[in-house]
Design a protein around this ligand. Structure first.
Ligand code: SF4
Length: 364
């Protein structure tokens, strides 16, 4: 324990406890099980710690649509590229997004060709860019799930309060529960979900209660350390064995049933629900967030309407099927050959939370 009372991370990597837990999982897992994680942080942690290789072979883990960069559609990149070509426009974006392929180019290529595209670490940093460049229009590419939406909401409110009118949002914020429902309706063979730890800190566990109630699938919200993940898998196996699907919180040090009320308030003050396109899924009802009418002066697409041609996806890339849990990265014939983190063909190879990128880095 350090001076602030925070327990050292080693507590969650204790090898003796890991061995004990693995033995209990082996003894309890008496049939075939299939669980999906829907958080890119979980995908990265699961493969970084070699969890699949530790588990008995009758427990299968699938990666779902948990990487925000991966589910952002190519059309969004194409629109950002159109804006980046306009005179006196500055595009501000999180770092990962810059390398995601659009239909014919990427923001990275446009930046190399001279477009003013800047990497920022937050919406507020993008807002400062606007304040410092009153002669330019600054567009912030807002992507991510319930975890990044509160920051964007605060940014929009700040822009209004400070009267910064050369700032606008090209938004593609999404919410996770409808995507999980889409996966279930897709008929993927699943016994349960490793529910997203970061998203659940905002939404609370209540957002996932419909899954065991309406679809009879087990759910455990978990953290990102080896013991967190193994305990969650043990809890899921127990739920399945008892035929009693529930939403359980393993990640109690961060997640409550009601979530983070302050952050949820920020989201609901600025955004309303909308249908949204997800790469690999298409349109998922009520799975997106759009600015409410009172903030439409900050909506880039309303201020600067833009049309892009119909999106041309690379037909060899199976990102869509991977994001829906139908295939794994090694099923793709381009994996680790013509598609690598250095030369990504699809979005799933770009981000360190993308399934293809994670498999590439840790399967070797
Ligand atoms: S390996 Fe590359 S091309 Fe294949 S699915 Fe993944 S991102 Fe797409």
């Amino acid at each position: 324990m350090n001076e602030a009372g925070i327990k050292y991370i080693d507590e969650f990597r204790d090898k003796t406890l890991i061995r004990i837990l693995l033995e209990r999982i082996r003894q309890t897992a008496t049939r075939e099980y299939s669980f999906m994680e829907v958080c890119g942080g979980h995908t990265a942690a699961i493969h970084r710690f070699g969890i699949p290789s530790l588990l008995p072979s009758n427990i299968k883990l699938l990666s779902g649509p948990g990487c925000p960069v991966c589910v952002t559609p190519a059309e969004f990149i194409d629109k950002a590229i159109v804006y980046s070509g306009r005179k006196n426009f500055i595009i501000t974006t999180f770092g990962d997004l810059i390398r995601v392929p659009g239909s014919v180019s990427s923001l990275e290529r446009e930046k190399a060709a001279g477009a003013d595209i800047r990497i920022v670490f937050s919406g507020l940093e993008a807002l400062e860019t606007a304040a410092g460049n009153p002669g330019s229009e600054v567009i912030f590419l807002g992507i991510g799930f319930e975890t990044t939406a509160p920051g964007t909401a605060v940014t929009i409110k700040q822009a209004g309060k400070r009267g910064i009118n050369n700032f606008s949002l090209l938004g593609s914020h999404k919410v996770m529960p409808p995507a999980m429902e889409a996966i279930i309706k897709d008929g993927v063979n699943l016994d349960g979900f490793i529910c997203p730890g970061h998203v659940a800190t905002i939404t609370g566990s209540s957002a996932f209660e419909f899954i065991p109630r309406d679809y009879g699938l087990s759910c455990v919200i978990t953290g990102f350390e080896p013991l967190d993940l193994l305990q969650a898998i043990f809890m899921l196996v127990q739920q399945v064995n008892r035929h009693m699907p529930l939403i359980e919180i393993q990640y109690r040090r961060a997640v409550k049933r009601e979530g983070n009320i302050l952050a949820r308030d920020q989201i609901s003050q600025v955004f309303g629900g909308c249908d949204a396109f997800w790469r690999g899924f298409g349109l998922i009802p009520r799975s997106g967030l759009q600015l409410q009418n009172e903030f439409e002066q900050f909506d880039a697409e309303k201020r600067f309407p833009v049309k892009v041609e119909k999106v041309r996806e690379n037909k060899s890339c199976i990102c869509g099927e991977i994001l829906r849990g139908l295939k794994i990265p090694s099923d793709c014939r381009l994996f680790s050959g013509s598609c690598t983190p250095g030369h990504p063909v699809g979005a799933c190879m770009v981000s360190e939370e993308g399934a293809c990128n994670t498999y590439y880095r840790y399967s070797k």
